[in-house]
Design a protein around this ligand. Structure first.
Ligand code: ATP
Length: 631
């Protein structure tokens, strides 16, 4: 069967796009695509009209013609036409799509994919055509708000679809109401999944797409610069999910009316969250607060979201009222540990696990540990959520009954949150990262600067690295000549010392420089690779001068204040010394006056000497060294 690239063109009534690429080259690409089972012949597709245009391509309503010896069939299909990509990337992307198709086969809650084709030189994904989307529903409703029970139902169906994709290691990354499609039974179906992630790394004519991994209003902080602020993980979709729920409840798109730059500034730099409507049932408010945690590790996984939504469904009445227990409260952070409940839920304890007391978040000092190391010997009911476990600790006869939230699982000496260094450094990413999870068999997931997603491998590849905490002072190591990120210098040209203000989940340090005055907030924040910095403390600063210089790192006002204080002290000292000198001189003069007066009494011939003594006394007052009152 021959393949004719570009044979299918949009029908005359609609827009044409001229293909200016090299058809012979693409013919070769398509020849390799020939091997793909989901390949659809371009001539069998007729584009009818465009349904929508998005960052990641246009969606068309089309008919797919299939003919056998006995019959001809015409199906309505939706065609997602991706933007032009460089020819050398076409075969890579087609291969990626083929594997996506294979993974998605048989999934019930996601858009059915039929095949892939190339029309007018653009890669097209052929999928089932759905009658509408939650986005359309919001647009057609007065006020745009869906009822709480409807939001719960769509939310549950959506979470189920996303969970199916996560089970196949596929990220959606473009969750928004227009991508929540509705089937004949009004069931929510995940559409447009995985496309932003597939396009990541491919070279596009539009740099906008190459750098964007979703739709700005719905993007999690780490999604904006995954290599720098990543990694992208399953919890990235929890943020997008939260945005969809908020929009369904309010009818308003998160960050409506804001420009892309403004959204970036609010979400990434200022750590703002989309506004959650008030008066929601507490579990729903709780889950939304969790979805908008800045650090993805503090967000709920889709399975946690599904659990909460399902259990809320029974207690939310048809009018959206809440019939739950009166004691239900918002538990954004566990008061005892400082971690969110969603963070703690990820450390699922089982009998036989080695555990130790969990450090408070952002703690660098060794704490007084109630359980330095022990073994879980028993679990109480629902121990994974909010229960107790029995821990046998060496040297204590009876097992201790300990709340799960105060323990962390230790496997091969490692626990989630540890700082690790790769024994063999790679070139692309930093050698120092943060452990996100470790399985019983030693498989680890580690976040590194320079990697968009979690690094997966074996724990034996790592050694422990120095850990960093918020509030510590750091400076670039002297052997770092060209740092990964820009770093300011001091007046003399040496690297400045900054203070860690935030630590991203990949170990990237967000550093502020309180010792350098800056008037714009953007200018005061810098990023740092933990492998390139060293700690600066009073103890490690050699000598008084260095210690004083470190004092200047605390605030730019330290130097002017010290100078002002020094001048003031010098002035005071001067006045004091002057007073002393003045008094002694005046005393001397007075005594010599008395003496001369006496002398005058005794010897009237010396009276002329007082003429040069008096002007001297007056001069002392004029210079301000002695005040008249001090006389
Ligand atoms: N399989 C489908 N069946 C019916 N309509 C669809 C299908 N897939 C997408 N759509 C609709 O097509 C329109 C455009 O979708 P598309 O995903 O291309 O654009 P977008 O979501 O605005 O942008 P982006 O490219 O960022 O995803 C949306 O209204 C969406 O609901």
């Amino acid at each position: 069967m021959s393949r004719q690239v570009g044979a299918a063109q949009p029908t005359a009534a609609f827009e044409f796009e001229l293909f200016e690429g090299d058809p012979d080259h693409l013919r070769t690409v398509v020849a390799s695509a020939n091997e793909l089972s989901p390949w659809i012949e371009p001539p069998t597709l007729k584009l009818r009209h465009r349904i929508g245009r998005g960052t990641f391509g246009d969606v068309w309503l089309a008919t797919h013609h299939r003919s056998t010896k006995d019959y001809d069939e015409y199906h309505e299909v939706a065609v997602k036409m991706l933007p032009f990509i460089k020819e050398e990337h076409v075969s890579v992307l087609v291969d990626k799509l083929a594997s996506l198709f294979a993974k998605c086969r048989g999934l019930g809650g996601v858009c059915s994919l039929y095949g892939v084709s190339i029309i007018s030189g653009k890669i097209c994904i052929i999928m089932k055509f759905y009658d509408g989307s939650v986005g359309d529903k919001i647009a057609h409703l007065r006020g745009g708000k869906l009822t709480v029970p409807d939001v719960l139902r769509y939310g549950i169906e959506l979470a189920q679809g996303i969970l199916e994709l996560h089970s196949k290691s596929i990220f959606v990354l473009n969750l928004k109401p227009s991508n929540i499609l509705l089937n004949e039974s009004d069931q929510a179906i995940v559409g447009d999944f995985g496309v932003p992630f597939l396009l990541l790394g491919s070279s596009f004519s539009s740099s906008d797409i190459a750098h964007r991994l979703g739709t700005p209003n719905y993007m999690a902080p780490e999604q904006w610069q995954p290599e720098v602020r990543g990694p992208i993980s399953f919890e990235t979709d929890s943020w997008g999910f939260g945005c969809c729920i908020v929009e369904m409840l309010t009818g308003a798109q998160p960050w409506r009316g804001r420009s892309v730059d403004e959204i970036y500034h609010l979400v990434v730099r200022k750590q703002n969250k989309p506004q959650i409507p008030s008066g929601l049932p507490p579990p729903i408010e709780n889950i939304l607060l969790g979805c908008f945690e800045y650090d993805l590790r503090n967000r709920p996984l889709m399975s946690d979201i599904l659990h909460v939504l399902k259990s809320s469904q029974n207690v939310v009445s048809t009018d959206g009222g809440w019939a739950g227990l009166g004691s239900a409260t918002i538990t954004e952070r566990s008061s005892s540990t400082g971690y969110t409940e969603w963070f703690l839920l990820k450390d699922h304890l089982q009998v036989g696990d080695t555990v130790r007391s969990r450090k408070p978040p952002n703690s660098c000092k060794p704490e007084n540990m109630a359980v330095p190391e022990g073994t879980v010997v028993g679990l109480e009911r629902d121990a994974d959520r909010d229960g107790f476990v029995l821990v046998r600790v060496h040297g204590i006869h009876d097992p201790l009954r300990v709340h799960v939230s105060t323990l962390e699982r230790v496997t091969f000496g490692l626990a989630a949150g540890d700082w690790l260094r790769l024994k063999e450094e790679g070139k692309k990413h930093s050698p120092v990262g943060i452990l996100h999870s470790i399985r019983c068999d030693g498989r680890v997931a580690v976040g590194f600067i320079g990697m968009e997603t979690l690094w997966e491998g074996n724990s034996s590849a790592f050694e422990m690295a120095e850990l960093y905490c918020i509030g510590q002072f750091v400076r670039l190591k002297s052997n770092v000549l060209s740092p990964r990120f820009e770093w300011p210098r001091k007046g003399g040209g040496a690297w400045a010392t900054g203070r860690i203000w935030w630590i991203l989940p990949n170990g990237c340090l967000v550093v502020k420089f309180p010792g350098i005055p800056s008037f714009k907030e953007e200018d005061s924040t810098f990023l740092a690779d933990p492998a390139e910095v060293e700690l600066v403390t009073f103890n490690t600063c050699p000598g008084l001068v260095k210690k004083y210089q470190h004092l200047e790192d605390f605030h730019w006002a330290v130097r002017p204040l010290l100078i002002a204080f020094g001048l003031f002290t010098a002035m005071k000292l001067g006045i004091f010394v002057g007073n002393k000198m003045g008094r002694s001189k005046v005393k001397k003069l007075q005594s010599s006056d008395t003496k001369s007066a006496n002398h005058q009494h005794t010897d009237g011939q010396n009276a002329g000497n007082s003429a040069w003594i008096r002007p001297k006394v007056v001069n002392i007052f004029r210079e301000g060294i002695a005040t008249p009152s001090s006389r």
